[in-house]
Write a protein that binds this ligand. Structure first.
Ligand code: ATP
Ligand code: MG
Length: 742
């Protein structure tokens, strides 16, 4: 009888899936089936071991990864998969806090402040504390300290700061006030979603009794990128049997800058004595040239545990390298590489263009648009970052939690109702004197001195509006609640009255938000929240609160990717995903590896660690590819500084130098270079004086970068030939056909 759970696993994977009780670590390289182990292990536990689905908690890194995991689980488990707890750490924390709202001193529909909200709050507090924003400390500096501390689960009183550290001293001062402000607003920020459950579990015996051991099994993907708060949280959730299964790859640790600590995975077997350790070595994702390239890059990291992956796949296309004169020309060539991949059988949505920083996407987008290649920029937050959408979200949060000052300040005069800055200042001063939330102060609007009659009236009406919404929205579905808010606040009507193109676009965006809320309701109807017997009498937060939570938790990586489109995303966002064809862009010093212009490494050690992290990012990017990997770079690149645009001559990335030329299907170093072939990748050969084992890339001309680039694409009517990939069918195309493909 075929066994859907165990048949498609190799011996090591099966060992991990069948492991009984107690801690388990799967430490293995990219594409070796770690995520598959998690999914199949859950299926095994639920279908064969009789574990109830709501007793299983699976945590991954991005919402998208969680979504994919859920889909894979649904196909193995059927509908009961809906009762598993599958989420990111932050989404888990939010759900935990909603259920423990009373213990946390929050309302179950508490608002979650995103980075933008946090920054506004920090700026406001810096103003109140008379800390000049900018020199020597910016609000961003302060916020990044706060985030770090929260990731280490440190409260204001627990933070230790050196006497001379101006930045962190300022941050500490702000931190205490910031926490008070959140408390007054009844809000949580991102870091709270981890820190507060952690503190509750550590300090509140009632909460601990409800949660510790409630999950019979906890499984964590991408464990190399966990921070201290996360590992502590996992530990607190475990029962006496310590059934925890973590999987990860130390070579893919790319979130050190956000407080992740790779020693969490490297020291796992010390932390959890008696843990079983399983290593996977067979890669099922990529062809050999891709694996060899990825290995050549990662092998040079200063600190790593050596491991090598093998593949049973024979052959595989060589890597391609494209070089643009500048970023626009690079983008042109990227677009062409995408078309080539498509012509070679990759569906549009099986192709990804990866970059180090978001800013790199713009020229690529333009080039793809020009060729009518369908694409999507995978950047979860961009839609929700639009001003009008943020306004609407602020209204919605205020409707749920009128005490949320930050939200009130945002919309008190939106749409314009005659409440000027001065009036707001007076209101704020009045509330501050009495230690009140702004909304409460509005109840006494007649007592606020120096308000114009017009402002007084407008503020009174605004309060009535918010109070009215507050009464209604708790009972409505998310869609209806959004509709109610958009109508009653007159946001849409005002935009319609305005009637400009821009206003129409904004109104459309608001309608899009409404559509998203309705979709959310539909999805919820089909997927009840996991509830075991122990959850029977717990309050469920209103649908609107859960919809807003979903928006707030959209990270960088989390836009749903529509089918049929090429995905453009950062390397960080690409983690855990796979594509037939990948274009890894900007392989230049300063871009990948990225150098932050303003940051000075604290020590030589820190600088090595930064280098290693960039190397790991490059490794993550390369290992996303199944069949085709294209690397691209530009010779010159423009950056916009304070003094306007400047051109920089770019040096090829050191990571390119680590790749043996054979991987590009080029002759080995000693052989003479072949005659140039149109549209073939640039030649690579070793220059005199290059160190042994360090191929230097030379492009076409004697002096490398000054020669004209090879023709970028065949002109209309011209026939072009692609360098035939080894083991792949030879593709010939002409420019018109090629355009027709889009
Ligand atoms: P990453 O480190 O990038 O997260 P991973 O180790 O989690 O990778 P998976 O995503 O689980 O790897 O698997 C990589 C690919 O290999 C997937 O397409 C998966 O379906 C396939 N795969 C994994 N194990 C096997 C197997 N035993 N037989 C066939 N295919 C497999
Ligand atoms: Mg994985």
């Amino acid at each position: 009888m075929p066994d859907p759970i165990l048949d498609s696993l190799n011996d090591a994977q099966r060992e991990a899936v069948l492991h009984g009780e107690g801690p388990l670590l799967v430490l293995a390289g990219a594409g070796s089936g770690k995520t598959r182990v998690i999914v199949h292990r859950v299926a095994q536990l639920v279908l064969r071991q009789g574990v109830m689905p709501w007793h299983v908690l699976c945590v991954t890194f991005t919402n998208k990864a969680a979504g994919e995991m859920r889909e894979r689980l649904e196909s193995l488990l059927g509908p009961s998969a809906g009762q598993l707890w599958v989420s990111t750490f932050h989404a888990f924390g939010a759900r935990f806090l909603r259920r423990e709202a009373a213990a946390a001193g929050l309302d179950p529909s508490f608002p979650i402040y995103d980075t933008d909200d946090q920054l506004r709050l920090v700026k406001q507090l810096m103003g109140e504390l008379k800390l000049p924003e900018g020199e020597p400390v910016t609000a961003r500096d302060v916020l990044s300290c706060l985030d770090r501390w929260k990731n280490d689960a440190l409260r204001p009183g627990e933070v230790r700061v050196g006497d001379l550290d101006v930045e962190r001293q300022a941050a500490r001062t702000v931190y205490a006030r910031y926490e008070q402000a959140l408390k007054r607003a009844g809000a949580a920020d991102f870091g709270d979603l981890l820190m507060r459950p952690l503190h509750l579990l550590e300090e509140d015996a009632g909460v601990r009794a409800r949660w510790a051991g409630r999950f019979r099994h906890v499984l964590v993907d991408e464990f190399q990128d966990t921070n201290h708060a996360q590992v502590r949280l996992v530990r607190l959730l475990l029962g006496p049997k310590r059934n925890v299964c973590v999987v990860g790859d130390d070579d893919q640790a790319i979130y050190r800058w956000r407080g992740a600590d790779v020693s969490n995975i490297l020291d796992f077997d010390r932390e959890y004595e008696g843990a079983r350790v399983v290593k996977l070595e067979q890669n099922y994702r990529s062809t050999r040239p891709i694996l060899d390239a990825a290995h050549a890059v990662i092998a040079k990291a200063h600190r790593r545990r050596d491991k090598k992956l093998w593949t049973a796949q024979e052959g595989g296309a060589p890597l391609a390298l494209v070089v643009g004169q500048d970023e626009h020309d690079e983008a042109e060539r990227i677009a062409r590489a995408v078309e080539v991949a498509h012509a070679q059988g990759a569906a549009w949505d099986a192709v990804a263009v990866l970059y180090r920083t978001n800013a790199q996407s713009r020229p690529v987008e333009a080039a793809l648009r020009a060729r009518r290649i369908p694409y999507v920029v995978v950047r979860g937050t961009s839609f929700y970052e639009r001003a009008e959408v943020k306004d609407a979200a602020a209204y919605l949060r205020l409707a749920l939690t009128p005490r949320s000052d930050l939200d009130l300040l945002r919309v008190v005069n939106r749409p314009a109702r005659g409440v000027g800055e001065r009036s707001v200042e007076r209101l704020a001063a009045f509330a501050q004197d009495r230690g009140q939330a702004l909304f409460d102060a509005l109840a006494e609007v007649d007592g606020i001195p120096e308000l114009t009659p017009r402002a007084r009236k407008a503020l009174g009406e605004f309060r009535a509006l918010v109070a009215g919404l507050h009464e209604r929205v708790g009972e409505l579905d998310a869609g209806l609640a959004v509709q109610e808010v958009l109508t009653r606040s007159a946001m849409i009507d005002r935009l319609k009255e305005e009637g400009t193109d821009e206003a129409v676009e904004r109104a459309e965006n608001l309608m899009e938000l409404l559509a998203a809320a309705r979709e959310f309701d539909e999805a919820q109807a089909g997927r009840p929240e996991a509830r075991g017997a122990e959850d029977a009498d717990e309050p469920t937060p209103p649908p609107l609160a859960r919809f807003l939570e979903q928006i707030a938790l959209l990270g960088d990586a989390d836009a749903p990717t529509p089918e049929g489109r090429v995905a453009l995303m950062t390397l960080h966002a690409a983690k855990g995903l796979e594509f037939d064809a990948v274009v890894l862009t900007g392989l230049e010093e300063g871009v990948l590896p990225y150098r932050r212009p303003w940051r000075r490494p604290e020590s030589a050690d820190a600088s090595l660690a930064d280098d290693d992290e960039e190397r790991r990012l490059c490794y993550v990017g390369m290992t996303r590819a199944r069949r085709l990997l294209t690397l691209s770079l530009a010779r010159r690149r423009m950056t916009y500084g304070e003094s306007g645009p400047t051109f920089h001559q770019q040096e090829p990335s050191r990571f390119l130098g680590d790749l043996p030329p054979e991987l590009f299907g080029l002759p080995t170093l000693a052989a003479p270079a072949p005659a140039p072939v149109r549209a073939a990748p640039p030649r690579i050969r070793r220059l005199p004086g290059a160190l042994e084992g360090e191929p230097v890339i030379e492009l076409d001309g004697e002096d490398g970068f000054s020669a004209p680039a090879p023709p970028s694409a065949p002109r209309a009517g011209e026939r072009g030939r692609l360098a035939p990939p080894r083991g792949e069918p030879h593709v010939e195309y002409d420019a018109d056909e090629q355009r027709g493909l889009a």
